[in-house]
Design a protein around this ligand. Structure first.
Ligand SMILES: Nc1ncnc2c1ncn2[C@@H]1O[C@H](COP(=O)(O)OP(=O)(O)OP(=O)(O)O)[C@@H](O)[C@H]1O
Length: 219
């Protein structure tokens, strides 16, 4: 479903953030991406939606090599991905409903279809009754669940999460991980970057470990 072949990412300011990284995730796999601060986790995740491009090497998503995609083709690639961030990245002047609806509105879905899909996504994360609220009035865990609903509303086959529980206490983190497991149980492929080694040990999943831009384990 996702393959990295000898991927290197060099920043002119700071050198190689990733060096010769190779791994493959099968459809329906759930893997954690770990490593010290600055190991290259965020860089690796940013290459997949083509927020950044690799310096060398090849990346294949769902059978499609993504290296040479044009700017026009990138939105179609991103429809296969659900992106989840540590800081939620919600729009604070929009309701919960509108935040989750945003990707569908951009993709041109009809209002009826948007309503149906947004409510299904909010139901999945347990926030159906809060659709009219604004993000500021929600707890951190609830805000992250809005971020997750937004990431899954278009039913992507792959979810990428960058420190999704970084701002949450252990109980809420476990809740979020429970949601990821549910998505995984219906066949979604997940790659989750995290520092939380306790959480990883409890989940018994594959671990890709980066150290100074190199994949030391799990490749
Ligand atoms: N846009 C950028 N321009 C220049 N250097 C960058 C850029 N983004 C990341 N880097 C550098 O690349 C290296 C890897 O950073 P990255 O953010 O991928 O690590 P990380 O493992 O996600 O760290 P953290 O856990 O602290 O978020 C670091 O040395 C960082 O300074």
């Amino acid at each position: 479903m996702l393959e990295f072949q000898n991927v290197t990412k060099r920043y002119s300011e700071s050198g190689d953030a990733l060096s010769e990284v190779s791994f493959a995730l099968e459809p329906g796999e759930l893997a954690f991406l770990t490593g010290h601060s600055g190991a290259g986790k965020s860089t690796l995740l940013r290459l997949i939606p083509v927020i950044e491009r690799p310096t060398r090497g090849k990346i294949v998503l769902d059978g499609q090599p993504i290296n040479r995609l044009t700017q026009r083709e990138i939105p179609f690639l991103r429809r296969k991905l659900g992106l989840i961030f540590q800081d939620y990245r919600l729009l604070h002047d929009r309701t919960v409903f509108d935040n989750v609806a945003l990707p569908l509105a951009i993709a041109g879905y009809s209002p009826v279809e948007i309503g149906r899909r947004v409510r299904a996504a909010l139901d999945k994360v347990g926030l159906l009754r809060k659709e009219k609220r604004y993000p500021k009035g929600l707890s951190g865990g609830e805000q992250q669940r809005v971020g997750i609903a937004r990431a899954i509303v278009h039913k992507p086959p792959v979810i990428l999460a960058d420190e999704p529980t970084g701002n949450l206490d252990p109980e809420l983190s476990a809740e979020i991980m429970g949601l990821f497991r549910e998505f995984n149980a219906v066949g979604v492929t997940l790659l989750i970057a995290t520092h939380d080694l306790g959480l990883i040990s409890r989940m018994a999943c594959r671990r890709l470990r980066l150290h100074q831009g190199r994949l030391l384990e799990g490749g």
